[in-house]
Design a protein around this ligand. Sequence first.
Ligand code: ATP
Ligand code: MG
Length: 337
Amino acid sequence: MTTPRVYVIHENPEWFPPFAEAFAAEGVPVEELLLTDGGALGSIDLSADPAPGVYWSRMSASSHTRGNEHSKEYARALLGWLERSGATVVNGSHVLELEVSKVAQHGLLRDAGFDVPRTTAVFGSSALQDAARTFTGGADVPFITKHNQGGKGLGVRRFDTLAEFDAYVDSPEFEAPVDGITLLQELLTAREPFITRAEFVGGEFVYAVRVDTSAGSFELCPADACEVPQVIAGAVCDVPGTAAPGAPAAFSIRDEVTAEHPLVQQLRRFLADQRIQVAGVEFMETTDGRTVVYDVNTNTNYNPAVEAVAPVSGPRAIARFTGALLEQAYAASATTA
Ligand SMILES: Nc1ncnc2c1ncn2[C@@H]1O[C@H](COP(=O)(O)OP(=O)(O)OP(=O)(O)O)[C@@H](O)[C@H]1O
Ligand SMILES: [Mg+2]
């Protein structure tokens, strides 16, 4: 029997080093299961049992932008098999479905009583221009688009007029969403130029990150590696350490948002109800006094500048949490054997 360990299901090895370090520091055995064509996990024997361990999925909604358009399907197959086999899975198949659908995120958040942005989901591109007319009531009020299967600000663009939107949809600039679903969303205006991402691990609040959006509504993403030509400021860049030299720190700890903050407590209950063990939830405080929750991320790349000063480390919290699950599952079986 292989030694029980924490298996990490993902598709981008570049994001793994901070987690490898954290697991090593916590003394928790870990192994990557890279879900790409040619990656570490090439096949599963459906008649066998999974190797003993705890399986943590950090599949990313933007995997298709790295040439891994089938990784989502591999993960669906793998997570379903693990769950049917009774394996311990952290951020399982229901969380993957949430990660890859902002429609699903919106629905769950709204049902739980959060203020969410008014949104229309448009299927395909033929219906987009008519849907925008219905969405704005035919007037030129600003709105944004984003992809249902998003991540790193995919398809996030602002439009001020219907004519501008029509021209965009008809142009070669139009970015088709990978699942064919484009969201039209009310434009929120932040009271102060930042958004907040509250991080949770194992049901507990870790810290809140303030992401500066003062560069303006539309800026080129400082990370060339993002390959997103135009993103709305505040898109939480996937690529660590790529901020423009001399730029003010885009990410910092938001100290006043603590575990006692009412929104944090409400989010904590929401994540527990939805059985989401690891997540970063984004919200914006608007000029009209709303606190709008608009994004649930389940595979954060913890920002190095924040990690350097944070009282608790995100990756270390994950290593401790999954390590404890491993201990529970296998220390118990070792004593009863
Ligand atoms: N309705 C909105 N009005 C104004 N700005 C918005 C709105 N929705 C999102 N934004 C801005 O765009 C950024 C990216 O949006 P969102 O988080 O929904 O996309 P994403 O693809 O999940 O990006 P990421 O992976 O960076 O979280 C937000 O952090 C925020 O700064
Ligand atoms: Mg976001």
